[in-house]
Write a protein that binds this ligand. Structure first.
Ligand code: GLV
Ligand code: MN
Ligand code: MN
Length: 417
């Protein structure tokens, strides 16, 4: 790694908070506004997909933020970036915080970006206070978290840790048949692969994220600490039929895969209710997709999640029975976050509530790889996420940065090592 600016460990660690953090905390809405023109769709939502022009622009923004602060950016082999305050090779492993900037189709402004801008704001606040970390601090940008283009969520962190092999990642395709390997090459990046050296620089990871639910509203709190990620996965369903004319083919003569798809959607809902889980068919491709043509083929995707693997597997088995089979594209076991670290954070944050989540995060992938990992959730007044209407109030964003600053101050002083 290249030399770091502002070497950590050069002064005594001071864990007292100071007033100068306030102006950095207040800047969160403006920082999100800085990103608002990047990948904005006409719907008002964001379309920020991996290894596209928009992705490059977002990475450029991140590099600019790092450069403005004199942070050294290390790019790993898996397509992720970490902007370091201090040198993790000399004084590490470090404390890393951050999130992602890519989005689902028509995603909201907060899912991912809130964690990245809050990370920079927390670093600004600590620096303005004259805080000198004992452990280097890193701000991370994970690539391809949503898996919106190539189908596997948290691809950047999974490739980094080896949970997704370089070979499988390279061969994943988008809707136009472009492989991830081709997209990465077109973006000017070297082929992706695991990076144990980069991984070893991360001693502790903390991801701040907008809550994707309403638990904090019900609890009347602005910030929570994560306990675990529910098991979840994605399955592809291929339904073959026979293309024919919509006007001249008698109903009895049709082999229409759209009918099979309708049965699959209803079966997924019923199975989720039966087993106490959730199941979603949110993506479908119809071939040839003509209004006056009976389809020849329907490809659909099932996203299923639940509190334990058994109920998720039961849902998938029921759907598979109706669909005539499903193909697993990804599976993530229940992922607990370091319980000692979670308790420590909850105490630091005025007995913050502890919450599990049904949403996947890079934090889960790092936790599964053995890195002590924690998450902070910021209240979302409607609970809506993966939608342009996703929101967090300014005051709650400020509470999130304040909480993250407190946590980084503690961890960078050696807390929960
Ligand atoms: C990521 O946001 C996911 O849980 O799908
Ligand atoms: Mn998301
Ligand atoms: Mn996210």
């Amino acid at each position: 790694m290249s030399r770091s600016v502002g070497r950590a460990g050069s002064q005594e660690c001071d864990i007292a908070a100071a007033q100068s953090e306030e102006c950095h905390i207040a800047a969160i809405p403006a920082r999100l506004d800085d990103l608002a023109h990047l990948g904005r769709a006409r719907t008002g939502g964001f379309r920020r997909f991996a290894w596209t022009r928009e992705d490059a622009d977002l990475r450029e923004w991140f590099l600019g933020e790092a450069q403005a602060r004199g942070l050294d950016v290390a790019a790993d082999r898996a397509g992720n970036l970490v902007a370091w305050w201090g040198d993790p090779d000399a004084d590490g492993p470090g404390v890393v915080t951050g999130s992602h900037l890519d989005s689902v189709p028509d995603g909201g402004a907060f899912d991912g970006p809130l964690g990245v801008v809050s990370a920079f704001a927390a670093v600004d606040g600590l620096r303005a206070d004259g805080f000198a970390p004992v452990r280097p601090l890193g701000v991370a940008l994970f690539g391809d978290e949503e898996g919106a283009r190539f189908g596997v969520a948290c691809a950047g962190s999974r490739i980094l840790t080896g949970a997704l092999t370089a070979e499988r990642a390279a061969g994943l395709t988008d809707v136009d048949g472009v492989t991830m390997a081709e997209a990465v090459e077109r973006a000017g990046h070297a082929p992706l692969g695991p990076d144990p050296e980069a991984l070893h620089r991360i001693g502790t990871f903390v991801e701040l994220h907008v809550e994707q639910g309403r638990a904090l509203v019900d609890l009347g709190r602005a910030v929570a600490v994560g306990t675990a990620i529910h098991p979840h996965g994605r399955w592809r369903i291929d339904l073959a039929g026979r293309a024919d004319h919509a006007g001249t083919t008698r109903l009895v003569d049709r082999d229409d895969p759209m009918l099979a798809f309708a049965r699959v959607v209803l079966a997924a809902r019923a199975a989720a209710e039966r087993h106490g889980a959730v199941a979603t068919c949110g993506k479908v491709q119809v071939a040839p997709n003509g209004v006056n043509a009976i389809p020849s083929h329907v490809t659909a995707w099932l996203d299923a999640r639940g509190e334990d693997a058994e109920r998720v597997r039961a849902v998938v088995a029921d759907v598979a029975a109706v669909a005539g089979g499903v193909t697993e594209e990804s599976w993530t076991e229940r992922t607990p976050f370091d319980p000692r670290l979670a308790r420590r954070l909850a105490v630091l944050l005025d007995d913050a509530p502890l919450l599990p989540t049904g949403a996947g995060h890079d934090a889960g992938i790092l936790s599964a790889a053995g890195i002590p990992t924690a998450m902070l959730y910021v209240r979302n007044p409607t609970g809506v996420s993966h939608s342009p209407t996703e929101h967090a109030e300014d005051a709650d964003c400020a509470a999130g940065v304040s909480a993250l600053t407190t946590v980084l101050r503690d961890l960078a002083c050696g807390g929960a090592r």
